[in-house]
Structures are given as C-alpha cells and as structure tokens.
Design a protein around this ligand. Structure first.
Ligand code: NAD
Length: 247
C-alpha cells in the first residue's frame, strides 16, 4: 500500500504502538509527524531511524489533552507541509482503580487525554483534512471501550466515547470523502500492558481465541490499511485487532 506524498500525524507516536505505526507509515512513503509529550529522546531517535531508511519525519512536542497545544501542533504541520492527510489519534494513558478507590483526578486525567485529546486534535485538523483532497482520521480506541473492564471506569468510558465520536465525525466528514474509523486493540505487548500483574496476563491470554497477546505491528498494519486508498469505502467502522477476544 503506497502512501507516498501523504502527510501523516501520529499522536503519542514516539513509543509503544504509536512508534510502530509511525515506522510502518514511513515505510509506505508517508511523511510522518511524530507527536510526543515528554519522550523527546525517543522521538528524536525515531526520526533518525526513519531518516536512515530514507523516510521523511518531524517530531513535534504537544500535550494533546491541552486544546491550545493541539492547535499549535496542527498549525506547525500546516506551516511546514501545507497540508495534512492522515491523522492517527493514538496517544493514551491508563490510571486504573476500582471506582471505590478511583479519585476524581484519576477519572479526569484519563478522560482529558484519551477522549478530549482525540477531540482536540480532530477539531484542529478538521478543516485541513476536509480541504486536503485525501483525508483519513483513525482513532485508537480499545476493547475496554467495547466490553467494559473492571478497574477501568475512566479508560472504558473514554474509549467507548472515542467509538461514538468516530461515528459522529464519519457522518460529518463523509460528504468530503474523508473517512473516519476506529481501531480497538485487545492486549498488545507494550509498556502499557507490562504494568499488568503476571496472573492477570495469563488469565487474559487464556480467554483470547488466538491464545496470545498481539504485537504493535498487528495494530500498525490495520492503521496502514485504513489509511490507504484501498480502504476508501470504509467509514465509521471500529476494527477490533484482538486475537478474537471480542466476538
Ligand atoms: P504507551 O504508553 O506505550 O504509549 C502511549 C504514548 O502516548 C506514549 O508515547 C505517551 O508519551 C503518549 N502520550 C500520553 N499522553 C500524552 C499526551 N497528553 N500528549 C501526547 N502524547 C501522550 O501505550 P501503547 O500501549 O502504545 O498505547 C497506544 C494506544 O493504544 C493508546 O491509546 C492505548 O490506550 C491504546 N491501546 C493499547 C492497548 C495495549 O494493549 N497496549 C490496548 C488497547 C488500546
């Protein structure tokens, strides 16, 4: 799938799944803007890696949970490249606790990053995507937003909200041929899932029909497909990449 001449943004693109998404988009010829919040070194080394394979990439710091930061991020991209074609809302955090123990701050922080962050970046990139002639908005949700997960009332709410927002924006953008889709990963091996206790990992892996956690590439390949010309008739969809866990 050829993405040459496309400008792509990956939020939280310096580590974990976002890093692999950035690499896979760059391998297909896209110019990749890697957004990071605090991981400057990781972002810089990823840019070097992409440039070493003759790709084009740029790192831009922004906290997507902040409306003004998201605005500055999109403005910088437009001033650098003049357009934006592919936006991958990947940045996300967890801060788990049962509701009896979860603080209001824990709830708000996860909603601000995982739900409002997606809205902030979508809001600021809407105009340029609609004008670009080739627009793809891809939001990384989670099966936690589909199934609900105990200890994740904040995260499940945010990720379910992302699926609703995806459908609303798919309807808003359809008249201009901009597709909007979500991906709901299951358990993927990254820093985020390294925090899980070993017995929880075994118990979950047992429930997955394919009997294993996924790799960041599994999600990145789905992003590449949804970003491609070949996916132009798919919009408002949530693609589960979960080894069959949700069915
Ligand atoms: P990760 O923690 O490895 O990476 C998340 C990235 O987002 C980091 O680079 C982090 O710095 C960045 N980030 C966090 N807050 C940010 C902010 N306010 N502004 C900008 N960047 C910010 O996590 P991951 O596992 O790679 O997760 C990537 C996405 O996939 C997240 O949205 C996550 O919810 C989702 N997801 C992950 C899994 C999994 O099993 N790992 C499963 C389902 C969904």
């Amino acid at each position: 799938m050829d993405l040459s001449n496309k400008i792509a943004l990956v939020t939280g693109g310096a580590s974990g799944i976002g890093r692999t998404i950035s690499l896979e988009l760059a391998k297909r010829g896209a110019t990749v803007v890697v957004n990071y919040n605090r991981s400057r070194d990781a972002a810089d080394s990823l840019i070097k890696e992409i440039e070493a394979m003759h790709g084009q990439a740029l790192a831009i710091q922004a906290d997507v949970s902040k409306y003004e930061d998201a605005g500055r991020l999109i403005e910088t991209i437009i001033s650098q490249y003049g357009t934006l074609n592919i936006v991958v809302n990947n940045a996300g955090i967890t801060d788990d606790a049962l509701i009896l123990r979860m603080s209001e701050e824990q709830f708000s922080r996860v909603i601000d990053t995982n739900l409002k962050g997606v809205w902030n970046v979508s809001k600021h990139s809407a105009k340029v995507l609609l004008k670009s002639g080739y627009g793809r908005l891809i939001n990384i949700s989670s099966i936690s937003g589909v199934l609900g997960n105990a200890g994740q009332s904040n995260y499940s709410a945010a990720k379910a909200g992302v699926i609703g927002m995806t459908k609303a924006l798919a309807r808003e953008f359809a008249g201009r041929n901009v597709t909007v889709n979500a991906i709901a990963p299951g358990f993927i091996e990254t820093e985020m899932t390294k925090k899980l206790p070993e017995d929880a990992v075994k118990a979950w892996a047992n429930q997955i029909p394919l009997k294993r956690f996924g790799q960041p590439e599994d999600v990145a390949y789905a992003v590449v497909f949804l970003a491609s010309e070949q996916a132009s008739y798919i919009t408002g969809h949530t693609l589960e990449v979960d080894g069959g866990l949700v069915m």
